[in-house]
Ligand binder design. Structure first.
Ligand code: 5AD
Ligand code: SF4
Length: 430
């Protein structure tokens, strides 16, 4: 259908953002062009997230507002993709009958067929074969690209919907991943971020450290990152690979979730705080100066003030460069949703504020240590707030803003850090 235009709104994680790139790729192959806004499009795709109630709520209120566009333009088609689609399927159509089709992350390859149908359709359940399907992706940024290496998760952390929405673990064959990365390098991409819900448990004919080794020798690629890792699968072999492979960046995102071993057990995380801490020591000894970030959930069922204080102590003990903190959100179908006692929202709010306050100080302190140092910054583009300012990242994944020439975009430049802020660094190009 040439001439048709689509618009995608994405909620949720990097995997979802990358799925949207694939959805764009499939739609372009079907003759659709990207529209600048929902109002100008013939097809709106919502790529949804169900990780927390808030993400779900945000989508449903957006979907409600889009209804009037459909009243104005009866030819407008609305698709719901992503984790809510996978988990709720038919229920989405029941709740919003003006939706035309629903397909989850395991069914993106069916999209070409779905757009041709006229009756409302829900793409069927699990399709574990997706791991082997290589879909064309249209990538937004010119220097950094996301590459999915594995899908799904087998961990069943008691709070998490991911195993239900993205299914069991499947790894892509390494040859397909390498081919994709070689093509990206040829097209000028300098950095790849390998994506997986549990990326370090990647296993095809080779394991994750070997995959990193192979990617490390792709000419043109300068930086390799990966998210998200599970502490349980952080092997000595992987720690050595990070230290030895020059393109693998000195940054590790390793979700801790709680500083209380009792709560970690109830979360089914498979490690104690001490075990987590020892892995951090190993990482730091093999990769000096490595930057560390984490995820924290506050107000998990049964979390007492003492447990909360252990999380606070853990933040001070590890000194993460940055954290993402979330209030526990009960998700239907997960074990933790029905655990007792649930923590009151006021308590969660108070605890998260305390966590963020403690962490902000640590982040600023660590960032200040970088003042005066020279960092290699891969320039990504103009800063969002000032178009004379360029923005990029250090290998340790810190955002650096500096006044510079737009021709630097896409290259790596040395920048002296002149001022540390909480969430970024200000620099001067050398
Ligand atoms: N409630 C709150 N936070 C959650 N996360 C995952 N599930 C939940 C939930 N039910 C957080 C975890 C995870 C991150 C991606 O989201 O910290 O690491
Ligand atoms: Fe949201 Fe998790 Fe699905 Fe990503 S995998 S979109 S974070 S529910």
């Amino acid at each position: 259908m040439p001439g048709k235009r689509f618009y995608i709104e994405t909620f949720g994680c990097q995997m979802n953002v990358h799925d949207s790139e694939k959805i764009s790729g499939v739609l372009s192959r079907e003759g659709y062009r990207a529209a600048d806004s929902a109002g100008e499009s013939d097809l709106i795709v919502f790529n949804t997230c169900s990780i927390r109630h808030k993400a779900e709520q945000k989508f449903f209120s957006r979907l409600g507002r889009i209804r009037k566009l459909k009243k104005k333009n009866p030819n407008l088609r609305i698709a719901v993709a992503g984790c809510i689609a996978q988990q709720q399927g038919e229920k989405v159509l029941k709740r919003a009958p003006y939706v035309d089709f629903v397909f989850g992350p395991q069914n993106i390859h069916l999209l070409a067929d779905l757009v041709r149908r006229s009756a409302p359709t829900v793409a069927d359940g699990d399709n574990p074969g997706l791991a082997e399907k290589d879909l064309p992706a249209i990538r937004a940024s010119g220097s950094r690209a996301w590459v999915a290496v594995m899908y799904g998760c087998n961990n069943f952390c008691s709070y998490c919907v991911v195993p239900y929405t993205r299914g069991r673990e499947r790894s892509r064959p390494s040859a397909n991943i390498l081919r994709e990365i070689e093509e990206l390098a040829e097209r000028g991409f300098r950095e790849v971020t390998l994506l997986g819900q549990n990326v370090n448990s990647y296993r095809s004919e080779i394991g994750f450290p070997e995959l990193l080794e192979k990617i490390n020798s792709v000419a043109g690629i300068e930086r390799i990152r990966f998210v998200t890792s599970h502490p349980r699968d952080l092997s000595e072999r992987l720690i050595s690979a990070i230290g030895e492979l020059e393109k693998v960046c000195e940054h590790f995102h390793l979700p801790l979730q709680s500083g209380s071993t009792r709560i970690l057990e109830s979360m089914n995380r498979g490690y104690s705080y001490d075990e987590y801490r020892r892995r951090i020591d190993r990482l730091r000894s093999k990769v000096p100066g490595i930057s560390l970030t984490t995820d924290i959930i506050t107000g998990f069922p049964g979390e007492t003030d003492a447990d909360h204080q252990q999380t606070i102590s853990a933040l001070a003990d590890v000194e993460f460069d940055g954290i993402f903190a979330f209030k526990f959100s009960p998700r239907t179908g997960t074990a933790a949703a029905v655990m007792n006692p649930q923590v009151m929202d006021e308590i969660k709010s108070r605890r998260i504020l305390e966590i963020l306050e403690v962490q902000d100080e640590i982040t600023l302190k660590l960032n200040k240590k970088l003042e005066g140092s020279v960092q290699k910054v891969l320039v990504e583009g103009l800063s969002e707030t000032d178009n004379k300012v360029l923005s990029g990242r250090t290998r340790s994944n810190k955002i650096v803003n500096f006044v510079g020439n737009a021709f630097c975009i896409g290259s790596t430049v040395p920048v002296r850090i002149v001022r540390a802020r909480k969430h970024s660094l200000d620099g001067e190009p050398l």
